[in-house]
Structure formats: structure tokens, C-alpha cells
Design a protein around this ligand. Structure first.
Ligand SMILES: CC(C)(COP(=O)(O)OP(=O)(O)OC[C@H]1O[C@@H](n2cnc3c(N)ncnc32)[C@H](O)[C@@H]1OP(=O)(O)O)[C@@H](O)C(=O)NCCC(=O)NCCS
Length: 373
């Protein structure tokens, strides 16, 4: 027998944050040549949430993170690692994960961003679970956060009807009890990178007045090609993840697919020969929230009592890159703990700490004459 313990990564906390403002299809139809009937019949989407000016990917992520830590009953200072995944990060750098680390007061956590477009949450969960299994981390926070409505051209009816804003977070914790993340597969095909992309703002096409005036800072998409790709890979990735966990489709209670389009999910369900009620679908109220869509759907299903401890689920994502992936998880729930921690309190302390650190840096700069150099 191995002298090393077998470690499992359990999902012990979960939380979401969605902006208050709702944009309905009928409102969209006053902005661009479309209709509620067309959007519902072609996508299943009825409305989506849109960020307020004072909100951003980091603020939504921090709100979702605090809720997830509250459910897990875990102090932010006990986190070893924060992985934020986003297709609409706060900046190219610094990483949104670092801004979240500062906002929640995760004083001992490493933090980095992971970019795998709408598959990001699957990739991040897999990576967080691997850190735990290897013994490199005990407590990991993963967050999918998006403000994609800031990157859509509101005159392009091909894309602006699809996307919405929001964030979802999981806390992963180490345990020797079997369960949690049972398998994870990740795939990519960069030959399809141009099918869904944001052409400008990176090193290939840095921002210029021309890139802005020609709309290169907006999402560009070949909808039909992405549709065909997505319909194919959901069933394929689901089967692979179930096989990797040593299970059968019948062992799975619910499938939580990335919420892009109801017709894509219906097509996947036909390929898998299962009924639609074995899938969690909430895209009618959120649209496509990219990396946030899977945790948003999971959290809602938990709240509705559709997911209970011991249930086995497949979480399956696909998106730009092209990327796709799936994981089988056995739902755990929070670990029992003796005392109740209050992550909200840490949020206030985090603000104070951040302010003191900035102040100390300023004073140090004055003393050493480095200010404004
Ligand atoms: C974008 C998408 C909804 C378009 O649906 P579709 O059935 O493929 O529609 P098409 O692009 O074939 O367009 C059909 C017609 O509807 C029109 N149309 C497109 N968008 C429209 C809209 N919002 N309102 C009204 N008409 C629209 C087109 O101009 C076209 O008109 P035409 O026949 O006169 O040329 C669909 O392709 C899709 O969902 N693709 C996947 C996108 C996705 O999920 N991306 C994110 C992945 S993570």
C-alpha cells in the first residue's frame, strides 16, 4: 500500500453574483433588428443580466467568492490558491485573481487567471482538484466571472442577443474521504480559434484608433460553425468524463452543460439518448455567461433541491479556443466544522489591509525617494 494518502477534492462551498439590471429580449429589440420570438426560438434565451458602471469582473468574482466561503465555513485566510477564469478579465494584467485575493483578504493565497473561454470553469476545477490531489494545496477557490456585455457590439444582432454577465465560485477542499471531483478531461483545437474571438487589444493587434473604429474590440463569431462544434463535443466529452471516472451514464443524476443555446443542449441530449429533464437549464434567464454559466446553473439546482449530497453530476463546457471539457463530480456539501466563520467580516478587514498596504508603499516611496519615478 502507498505510504501517501489518497486525497480527494470536494466541493464544499458555492456562490454566485449577478448584476441587478435585467435586459429583456423586447428591450433588445428596440436597440437592434431582432425580436423576442426570434431569440427565444433560436436560442431559448429570454433575458440576461448586465453590469452596472461601478461593477466589473473582479467585483462580481469577489461577491461570489465571499458567498462560497460562507457556505464552506472557511476563512479567506485559509485559502492556498485562487484561480479565476474569465473571457472578460479586468485587465490583460494584473490577473483578476490577484484583485479578488485583495478584495476578500486571502492573505496566504497564490492567485492566477486561467483563460479557456467558456470552458474555463471546467479547466479551473480540474486544475484546482489536481493541486489538492498532489498535496500542493488544501483549500482552493475557483471563480468564473464575466462582463461580456462590455465586449459585444450592440448593433450586431448575431452576438449581442447571446451574452450576459455574472459570476460563480466553488471552494474545493482536501479530504481522504472518496468523492468530489472524480474525473476531468480537457481538449482544444486552435485551428478553430478564429470562429469565436476578440481580435484586437492583444499583442497581435494592439489597441489603436483604427481597431476601435472598425469594431475589432468586440466579440466576433461564426455562429453556425460554433453551433456545429458545440453540438458534437458535449456528448463526446460527457461520455469521456464518465468513462474516466469508471462510471456509466445511468450513474449520473444530472448533466450541467455550458448554457449557450437551448438548441445546442437539445442536440447533445439527443446524441446521449437521455431526456432533457436530466440537464440543468437556466439560460432563459441569464443568456450565455461564459465561464460563469456552469457554476450559476449548479448553484441554482442546489438551491432548488435538485442536487443533493451523494449525487453524481457531469459538468460539461465548450467555447472559444476552441476548447471543451467535462468533469464528473460527486456532490459533497460543506465539511462539518465546530465554529461559524464570517467571511463578510474579512471583506471589511481586507479593505483596511489593502488600504494600509498601499499607504505603506506610498510612505516607503517618500522615504526612499522613489515616488513618481
Ligand atoms: C447565433 C445563432 C443563434 C444564430 O442562429 P442560426 O439559426 O444559426 O441563424 P443563422 O445565422 O443561420 O441566421 C438565420 C437568419 O436569421 C437572421 N438572424 C441572425 N441573428 C438574428 C437575430 N438576432 N434576430 C433576427 N434575425 C437574426 C440572419 O441574418 C439570417 O437571415 P437570412 O436567412 O435572411 O440571411 C446560432 O448560430 C448559435 O447559437 N450559434 C452558437 C453560438 C454560441 O453558442 N456561441 C458561444 C459559444 S460558447
Amino acid at each position: 500500500m502507498s505510504e501517501y494518502p489518497t486525497r480527494y477534492a470536494h466541493i464544499t462551498g458555492w456562490g454566485t453574483a449577478v448584476p441587478e439590471k435585467v435586459l429583456t429580449n423586447c428591450e433588445l429589440a428596440t436597440m437592434v433588428d431582432t425580436s423576442d420570438e426570434w431569440i427565444v426560438s433560436h436560442t431559448g434565451i429570454k433575458e440576461r443580466h448586465v453590469v452596472a458602471p461601478e461593477e466589473s469582473s473582479a467585483t462580481l468574482a469577489a461577491d461570489a467568492a465571499i458567498k462560497a466561503l460562507d457556505v464552506a465555513n472557511l476563512d479567506p485566510s485559509e485559502l492556498d490558491l485562487i484561480i479565476v477564469t474569465s473571457a472578460s478579465p479586468e485587465h490583460l494584467f494584473p490577473a483578476t485573481a490577484c484583485l479578488v485575493q485583495d478584495r476578500i483578504g486571502a492573505t496566504k493565497a497564490g492567485a492566477f487567471d486561467l483563460l479557456a473561454a467558456c470552458s474555463g470553469f471546467i479547466y479551473a476545477m480540474n486544475m484546482g482538484a489536481q493541486y489538492i490531489r498532489s498535496g500542493a494545496a488544501k483549500n482552493v477557490l475557483i471563480v468564473g466571472t464575466e462582463t461580456l456585455t462590455r465586449f459585444v457590439d450592440w448593433q450586431d444582432r448575431n452576438t449581442c442577443i447571446l451574452f450576459g454577465d455574472g459570476a460563480g465560485a466553488f471552494v474545493l477542499q482536501e479530504s481522504e474521504t472518496p468523492g468530489g471531483v472524480l474525473s476531468g478531461i480537457m481538449r482544444s483545437d486552435g485551428s478553430g480559434g478564429d470562429l469565436l474571438c476578440l481580435p484586437a487589444g492583444g499583442s497581435k493587434m494592439p489597441a489603436t484608433a483604427e481597431t476601435v473604429s472598425t469594431g475589432q474590440h468586440f466579440i466576433h463569431m461564426n455562429g453556425r460553425e460554433v453551433f456545429r462544434f458545440a453540438s458534437r463535443v458535449i456528448a463526446q466529452a460527457t461520455r469521456e468524463a464518465i468513462a474516466a471516472a469508471g462510471l456509466k451514464l445511468d450513474d449520473i443524476k444530472l448533466i450541467v452543460p455550458h448554457q449557450a443555446n437551448l438548441r445546442i443542449i437539445e442536440s447533445a441530449v439527443r446524441h446521449l439518448e437521455i431526456s432533457l429533464d436530466r440537464c440543468v437549464v437556466n439560460l432563459d434567464r441569464y443568456g450565455n455567461t461564459s465561464t460563469a454559466s456552469i457554476p450559476l446553473a449548479v448553484c441554482e439546482a442546489v438551491q432548488d433541491g435538485r442536487i443533493q449530497p451523494g449525487d453524481r453530476l457531469v459538468l460539461v463546457g465548450f467555447g472559444g479556443g476552441l476548447t471543451w471539457g467535462a468533469s464528473v463530480v460527486e456532490w459533497s456539501g460543506p465539511f462539518p466544522t465546530k465554529h461559524k466563520v464570517r467571511p463578510l467580516k474579512y471583506r471589511v478587514l481586507a479593505r483596511l489591509r489593502s488600504w494600509l498596504l498601499r499607504g505603506a508603499r506610498h510612505v516607503e516611496g517618500l522615504i526612499w525617494g522613489r515616488e513618481n519615478q
